[in-house]
Design a protein around this ligand. Structure first.
Ligand code: DGJ
Length: 732
């Protein structure tokens, strides 16, 4: 054939192409383009900014990844695979061809399913995509179905795969440790394999996180540049990998961590992988964060559109030293400051083994009547008297060697059959076997009993303070031991969903030794997470900055605590501690009796002012302005109401030197044509800021910004090396 006729033929095929199987999945700002021609491999052609229909039609002429959208192992062996199967005849090779496709409209979203089949085996994979109509987010997952006569074994089973064009791509992810969770890591994506993983078994965000961003235009910028965001919605072990070999593409895979977790699928069994949520923005990292936050509030976070209460938690105030009088006084004190909820933390339970320290009684969820003679109902009565709500701490997935529960049910813990268990916290802690339906019933029953006896409990802090340290389910059969991690989290999901069905209005915090459960696997059932056991305001700026990449302020529990800080021993002035805590879901974690009258007044004022800005903080759009990680001596960010008629601006100095020259911060997210009046909140200065009560256009505030004084104007004996500001902007 002559060259001209070949070109003509290609053009004809191209014109007909949509009819042959192109699927355009889109949101208002994003497109995902697939080639789903029957009998062929399912290919991913494009993911990014929304395409016009003619661009979509002609995409293959522009050059595409031309990759299998869900690459199986076996016929392209050197490549990484999303799926690896040992078929019933022992073969490790899988091939998947498009069988049929469907799209269903579900109101706020549409779900496209592409069913693939192995031509040689009755083995099916349905690749699914849910595209939202009101937020730029596409969730993908797979449903893997064995129709072979005997069982097959899955050794890799990612939720999703995405090719990302090489160039100057940078990866942003979070990393940390206990009391230092959620630190931002930014690094170029280089040849080789980058793996972000978790194998804790219980808590999956204490070290790495299951959410990442890819900046496509070099070193990430907060408010410009193209960025892809991805969040694996899973509460257990995960593996995110970026493989860069000899092609023009980085290959991104995300799913349950398959290590020590191979999965047997019996005939007719279907395994559904967790969702991988994908988003895109050309407004930098903050743009992707806004997409995650909106999606979370609307679809992925319990009560995402309900304002959160301002609370006092008892932990750092009294630790295990719980008693009725102390609780009553703490409730009176938080109520007097304008707080709305009191949460009694660890230490309230245990009869045979009173919980006075961390080495006993988990599982014995009965009030210690020596500490609390009036029981929980007595405490609720006190809370009512003070006009606030009451919440309580539990750690229901765990037990201790020293507990009545373990004495009765030694068969309920995770342990290997022939070995003594390894113990966790307190040298005695053990993880319950959530694969076991009896354990699931026990945990649901624990919450149910608490709630039935005390229907006015408003809030539960659900803690989890141990990793899986013993491989072995005493419930699962011998040939399913490798499914222990997955079954634990299936059990956890069943428990959560049963509790939520019965108690849909309860507020529940996900705590796991601090920030160990900040992930979109748990958040559909939980209203918020405890960012970290480290409440030091300076270090919180860094951790909350990281958490805000993926999670909205409404979900980030952020408490004012005592000084010297219990984790860092740093002494930060109360004004600064308040200004940091007010950028999340404000609370207190302190013994108010140890505060001076002046400090109480400052907190009372802060709580009153937080109530004014609460809708903007908790429902607003985030714009991070100056990163603490850039070492410029300050950090600054803001929230703008969706209508841009109100905004809250935060400015925290992170270093202090004489003759320092901090950058003047330009705001973002405002309406350039609106005129905003400026009011400082939590003011301690003896004179107002020069711009207090003045009005500036959004354009000026975003182009030039305000000169924020480096120090506070206070009496000489009150001067110190800290400085922070919170400004409230209201459009006229
Ligand atoms: C760990 C949590 O992170 C703390 O806030 C506190 O609840 C303790 N557990 C209680 O044991």
């Amino acid at each position: 054939m002559k060259r001209k006729s070949i070109v003509a033929l290609i053009t004809l095929v191209a014109a007909l192409y949509p009819a042959f199987g192109q699927i355009h999945i889109s949101t208002s700002g994003m497109s995902l383009l697939l080639d789903a021609e029957k009998g062929c491999n399912l290919k991913i052609l494009y993911f990014g900014d929304r395409l016009s229909s003619s661009d979509a039609e002609n995409i293959m002429f522009s050059g595409t990844a031309d990759r299998n959208a869900y690459p199986p192992y076996g016929l392209d062996c050197p490549s990484e695979a999303a799926l690896a199967v040992i078929h019933s005849d022992g073969s490790l090779a899988t091939e998947l061809k498009v069988e049929d496709t469907s799209t269903a409209d579900n109101g706020n979203s549409s779900v496209t399913k592409i069913r693939l089949k192995d031509p040689e085996y009755p083995f099916y994979v349905t690749v699914c995509y849910r595209a939202y109509k009101d937020v730029d987010m596409i969730e993908t997952w797979t449903e893997i179905e064995n129709r072979e006569k005997k069982s097959v074994v899955l050794t890799e089973f990612a939720s999703g795969f995405l090719p990302i064009r090489r160039g100057n791509v940078w990866l942003c992810h979070l990393h940390g440790a206990w009391a230092n969770e959620g630190n931002v890591v930014q690094e170029p994506v280089l040849p080789g394999m980058k793996i972000i993983k978790n194998k804790d078994g219980v808590r999956n965000s204490q070290t790495s996180h299951a959410e990442v961003m890819f900046s496509l235009d070099g070193k990430p910028m907060e408010n410009s540049g193209r960025v892809i965001g991805a969040a694996l919605c899973y509460s257990g072990n995960y593996e995110l990998k970026i493989d860069t070999g000899d092609t023009d593409w980085h290959f991104f895979f995300a799913g349950i961590n398959p290590d020590n977790s191979s999965l047997k699928l019996a005939p007719k069994e279907v395994f559904k992988t967790p969702e991988l949520a994908l988003t895109y923005s050309d407004e930098g990292l903050s743009g992707v964060s806004r997409n995650f936050h909106k999606w979370a509030r609307n679809y992925r976070l319990a009560h995402g559109n309900t304002l959160r209460k301002i609370l006092l938690n008892s932990w750092e105030g009294v630790y295990f030293d719980i008693d009725e009088n102390k609780m009553d006084r703490m409730m009176a004190d938080i109520a007097s400051m304008g707080g709305e909820l009191f949460v009694m933390d660890d230490g309230w339970f245990g009869v045979k083994y009173p919980r006075n320290q961390d080495d006993c009684a988990l599982g014995d969820w009965v009030v210690d009547s020596k500490k609390l003679p009036g029981g929980i109902s007595g405490l609720i009565g006190m809370a009512k008297k003070h006009g606030i709500d009451f919440g309580i701490w539990i750690e229901p997935e765990m037990t201790n060697k020293i507990s009545e529960l373990y004495e009765t049910h030694p068969d309920w813990i995770l342990k290997s059959p022939l070995r003594e268990p390894v113990y966790g916290r307190g040298g005695t802690q053990l993880v319950l076997d959530l694969a076991n339906p009896e354990v699931q019933d026990f945990i649901v029953g624990t919450v149910d009993a608490l709630m039935t006896e005390n229907p006015d409990i408003d809030y539960i802090k659900w803690d989890a303070n141990m990793s899986v340290m013993n491989h072995g389910s005493q419930y699962l059969p011998d040939d399913r031991q490798s499914e222990m991690y997955i079954e634990y989290h299936r059990g956890f999901e069943k428990i959560c969903s049963r509790i939520r069905t019965k108690y849909p209005d309860l507020t529940i915090q996900a705590c796991a030794s601090g920030g160990g459960r900040a992930n979109y696997g748990v958040l559909p059932w939980f209203d918020e997470f405890w960012v970290s056991d480290n409440t030091d305001a300076l270090q919180r700026i860094y951790m909350q900055w990281g958490a805000s990449y993926f999670f909205p302020a409404i979900a980030m529990a952020s408490h004012i605590s005592a000084v010297p800080n219990h984790q860092t021993y740093r002494t930060v002035p109360l004004k600064y501690r308040i200004d940091v805590a007010m950028s999340g879901r404000l609370g207190m974690e302190i013994q108010p009796r140890n505060m001076t009258e002046e400090e109480i007044d400052l907190c009372r004022n802060a709580i009153a002012e937080y109530k004014i800005i609460r809708p903007v903080v908790q429902f607003g759009d985030i714009y991070r302005l100056v990163s603490p990680y850039d070492g410029l001596g300050l950090a600054s960010m803001m929230y703008c109401s969706p209508d841009k008629d109100k905004a809250v601006f935060y400015w925290w100095k992170t270093e202090h030197f004489r003759d320092e020259h901090l950058p003047r911060v330009r705001m973002a997210g405002l309406d350039p044509d609106a005129e905003y009046s400026i009011q400082e909140l939590n003011r301690i200065d003896t004179v107002p800021l020069p711009f207090e009560g003045k009005t500036f256009s959004g354009r000026f505030l975003m182009e030039t910004g305000l000169e924020i004084p480096y120090t506070h104007t206070v009496a000489s004996e009150d001067r110190n090396d800290w400085s922070s500001r919170v400004l409230y902007l209201v459009a006229k």
